[in-house]
Design a protein around this ligand. Structure first.
Ligand SMILES: [Zn+2]
Ligand SMILES: [Zn+2]
Length: 319
């Protein structure tokens, strides 16, 4: 073989090698690309499947939701029908039926209250033959709530706790009892007053809700209530000022006034004041009693006579 042939052969072989190598490279690249493509396809398929499944699930869910809504709608429809039926049924009940049903209920309620008494102190209802309130110990009324609601004039059985008969307007035993109890409490306050404050005349002032407060060692406050009666309150205070004066109390000290009246007993000064009587309202007057309390300037304070000028307007010039 000549040199040319040899060179040609080598070159050809080199080319062949290069071609082979390139071919192999291409082949492996192609294989890799194919395998990548396959993987991508699988991923895409998986994704697609997932999307489909999700979509199916969504449609199932909305089907479920829809059926729930349908059920709800049915229920509402049923309810409307029931309400309509009830309305119709109600409209068929006659007034007499209602009245009968009501009076039956009323009778049942009355029956349940047959032996019931109510504590006038704490309003606790007590059943059975019981003499004292189990809640506060107050003596219970002898009469039951029904007996106290029975009209003494026309015989109507009123509802328990009523003050006046709904048939004839007569005051019922219940209210009589409540008022009597209030009067007793007020009388107890007046008794306490005459025991603890014998220096101050007890005052039968009318009104209700007497109270004798003792805010400090030597101070007492008596208060009374005139329901919606401001004139009654004012008149009572004016009356008490007069009672005090009739019982030896008088104005004293540097600033004499009917608002502060004093009386000396065995060397002790007793002071009654109406200065603050209406601070809680004219219908709720009070009087303060202060023990051992002399007025400013002293109980026996005497206003000095004004100094007389000498007869001559020039007197002072010639002294
Ligand atoms: Zn009680
Ligand atoms: Zn009556």
């Amino acid at each position: 073989m000549g040199l040319f042939d040899k060179v040609l052969k080598d070159v050809t072989k080199g080319l062949q090698d290069v071609a082979d190598k390139a071919g192999e490279e291409l082949k492996s690249q192609a294989e890799k690309a194919a395998s990548d493509a396959a993987e991508q396809t699988a991923a895409a398929e998986a994704a697609n499947k997932a999307v489909n499944e999700a979509s199916d699930a969504m449609s199932d869910a909305s089907d479920g939701l829809k059926s729930e809504l349908d059920k709800l709608k049915d229920a509402v429809d049923e309810m409307n029908v029931a309400v309509k039926e009830a309305d119709e049924a109600m409209s068929k009940v006659s007034d007499e039926d209602w009245t009968r049903a009501e009076s039956t209920l009323e009778r049942m309620a009355m029956d349940s209250m047959k032996d019931m008494r109510v504590c006038l102190n704490c309003d606790n209802p007590v059943k059975g033959d019981v003499k004292f309130c189990p809640k506060c110990g107050e003596k219970l009324p002898e009469k039951t709530v029904l007996e106290l609601a029975m009209c003494p004039k026309c015989g109507k059985q009123n509802a328990p706790g009523a003050d006046f008969c709904t048939e004839c307007g007569t005051k019922l035993p219940y209210k009589e009892l409540v008022e009597e109890r209030e009067r007793e409490k007020d009388q107890a306050v007046l008794r306490k007053w005459s025991e603890e404050l014998p220096w101050f005349p007890v005052w039968n002032c009318g009104g209700t809700d007497y109270d004798l407060d003792h805010p400090e060692d030597n101070i007492y406050c008596f208060s009374v209530y005139f329901q919606d009666d401001e004139r009654g309150g004012e008149a009572a205070i004016n009356q008490y000022v007069q009672i005090l004066k009739d019982n030896g109390f008088r104005q004293a000290g540097k600033y004499p006034s009917d608002d502060h009246l004093y009386k000396m007993v065995d060397g002790v000064c007793y002071h009654a004041t109406t200065e603050h009587s209406f601070e809680g309202g004219k219908d709720s007057p009070n009087v303060y009693f202060i023990l051992n309390d002399e007025p400013q300037g002293g109980f026996d304070y005497v206003k000095p006579e004004p100094k007389k000028k000498s007869g001559s307007p020039f007197g002072s010039l010639f002294k």
